[in-house]
Design a protein around this ligand. Structure first.
Ligand SMILES: Nc1ncnc2c1ncn2[C@@H]1O[C@H](COP(=O)(O)OP(=O)(O)OP(=O)(O)O)[C@@H](O)[C@H]1O
Length: 231
């Protein structure tokens, strides 16, 4: 569903992604892993068109997306939940969700019921300002916002960072439900190993901007963890 082919990315002179190729299959729930600073967020931003790449191709659902804007990539079916959530703190929960609806071509559409079914707390708090929500609730709102456009693939950058354990579990359940029951393809940057093992079907492991290991989650052995993930 997502094909990244020989991508090179630079911040100024600093070469960050090195001939990086990887593939995310339709229906997969893939965890992108690696130590801090190996290029995980950079890759996600490149896929979303938030950062330019110097060379290589990115294809989504059989179509090249290199020349598409970020909004066009979202409309093509890539939902993105950035690191740090980036909700609008002064707008209500409902307004935060409605803003994403603006990118839909059929503008009459309402917020899909599914969002409030997945996250009942968002329904309860729909008239509260985003900034008044807890960190975990804001993360749920950020995921809800990405789902408003009914994407084919959901990309999440460290959705459990700084969130209390009971909400981490809820977010894990929602990701599994979306993937297993609704067939949504998921690409997830995740540092917490138990969460990645519980939620992910497969892993892709980066080191210094290159893919160094990949496979089904069961093959993420202790030896691989020690070599590429332990600090
Ligand atoms: N805007 C930027 N300008 C220059 N260098 C950057 C910029 N953003 C990231 N980098 C550098 O690029 C490299 C990859 O960063 P990136 O954020 O993609 O890593 P990451 O694997 O997502 O790490 P983390 O787990 O800490 O978020 C790092 O060395 C980082 O310092």
């Amino acid at each position: 569903m997502l094909e990244v082919n020989a991508v090179n990315q630079f911040y100024g002179e600093s070469h960050t992604l090195w001939d990086l190729s990887l593939s995310i299959p339709k229906g997969g729930c893939v965890c992108l892993m690696g130590r801090n600073g190996v290029g995980k967020t950079t890759l996600l931003k490149a896929v979303m068109g938030l950062l330019p790449i110097r060379s290589g191709q990115i294809e989504f659902d059989g179509q090249p997306v290199n020349s598409l804007s970020t909004e066009a990539r979202a409309c093509a079916g890539i939902g993105y939940v950035p690191q740090g959530r980036e909700i609008f703190p002064m707008l209500t929960v409902e307004e935060n969700l409605q803003i994403s609806l603006g990118a839909r071509k059929d503008r009459s559409r309402k917020i899909p019921d599914k969002i409030y079914q997945l996250f009942p707390v968002l329904k309860e708090m729909r008239h509260r300002r985003g900034g008044d929500l807890s960190g975990g609730q804001q993360q749920q709102l950020a995921i809800g916002r990405a789902l408003v456009l009914e994407p084919k693939m959901l990309i999440l950058d460290e959705p459990t960072e700084g969130i209390q354990p009971n909400i981490v579990r809820e977010i894990g359940e929602v990701i599994r439900t979306l993937n297993q029951q609704e067939g949504l393809t998921v690409l997830l940057v995740e540092q917490k190993l138990p969460f990645a093992r519980r939620v992910g079907s497969d892993f892709r492991l980066l080191d210094k901007g290159q893919l160094v290991a990949q496979g089904p989650m069961a093959e993420l052995t202790d030896a691989v963890v020690k070599e590429y993930l332990s600090v």
